[in-house]
Design a protein around this ligand. Structure first.
Ligand SMILES: [Zn+2]
Length: 91
C-alpha cells in the first residue's frame, strides 16, 4: 500500500502555515487518523515522515508503523545476534 504525507493547515486555510503532517493511503485526502484534509494541501513522499520542521500526527504515525514497517527499520537496533545475550550480571 502506498502512503503519502499530506499537510493540515492551521486556521486560516491555504494561506496559513502547515500545522501538522498526516499520512494518507493512496492519493486520498482522508488521513489514516480519520481527519479529512484539503485535497489541494501539499503532499510529500512517505519517507519524509519525521523529517519535516512541522510536527507529524502521532496517530497517523502509529498506524503507519503497522502498515509500513519498512519506515521503522532505521530506528531498530541491529539483528538479534548482535545484541548481548543477557543484560543480567552473571556473577
Ligand atoms: Zn493524522
Amino acid at each position: 500500500m502506498m502512503h503519502r504525507m499530506r499537510a493540515e493547515y492551521a486556521d486560516g486555510g491555504a494561506s496559513a502555515a502547515v500545522r501538522l503532517w498526516h499520512m494518507v493511503r493512496g492519493g486520498g485526502s482522508v488521513a489514516m487518523c480519520g481527519r479529512e484534509l484539503d485535497a489541494r494541501a501539499p503532499a510529500r513522499e512517505a519517507v519524509d515522515w519525521g523529517r519535516t520542521p512541522e510536527l507529524c500526527c502521532h496517530t497517523c504515525g502509529a498506524y503507519l508503523l503497522r502498515e509500513a514497517p519498512w519506515l521503522a527499520d532505521e530506528h531498530r537496533p541491529g539483528p538479534p545476534g548482535e545484541q548481548p545475550e543477557t543484560a543480567w550480571p552473571s556473577g
